[in-house]
Design a protein around this ligand. Structure first.
Ligand SMILES: [Zn+2]
Length: 133
């Protein structure tokens, strides 16, 4: 077993453990070990997050991609069938904001929103205020 000098401590990074000198509040032997420990902690935190975080994020991301793609094809305001949206894999259950107007209730996925028209067509709009925090 290695013998530590009085001023030495062992690196706290779990895969290192090398002895080092330095300030008494220092717990890692190097920036590399400190960064690796932080990265491992972030990975662990992500792993510990409930699964629904990831799943709902994925749904919102997909919804946003679909709305953005359709919107960019036509620009300004675009009307599509609900069928087309559903067939694209759009999930109508998840929104980030709701905007009630005299024209109807707009449901937003970040900066893109949609409202159902009378004939069950869908109007897609863009409103950057919906992502202003
Ligand atoms: Zn180390």
């Amino acid at each position: 077993m290695q013998r530590l000098r009085e001023t030495q401590r062992l690196c706290s990074y779990q895969y290192c453990g090398n002895p080092f000198d330095g300030r008494s509040d220092k717990i890692f032997c190097s920036d590399q070990c400190r960064n690796r420990a932080r990265r491992d902690q972030l990975k662990q935190d992500r792993w510990n997050a409930p699964l629904f975080f990831t799943k709902i994020n994925d749904i919102l991301r997909k919804n946003h991609t679909i709305l953005e793609k359709l919107y960019k094809q036509k620009g300004d305001s675009i009307v599509v069938t609900g069928y087309l949206l559903r067939e694209s894999g759009f999930n109508f259950e998840f929104n980030t904001r709701i905007l009630k107007t005299t024209k109807g209730t707009y449901r937003f996925c970040f900066n893109y929103g949609w409202v159902e028209l009378e004939n069950s067509d869908i109007l897609i709009v863009k409103n950057d205020k919906m992502v202003a925090i």
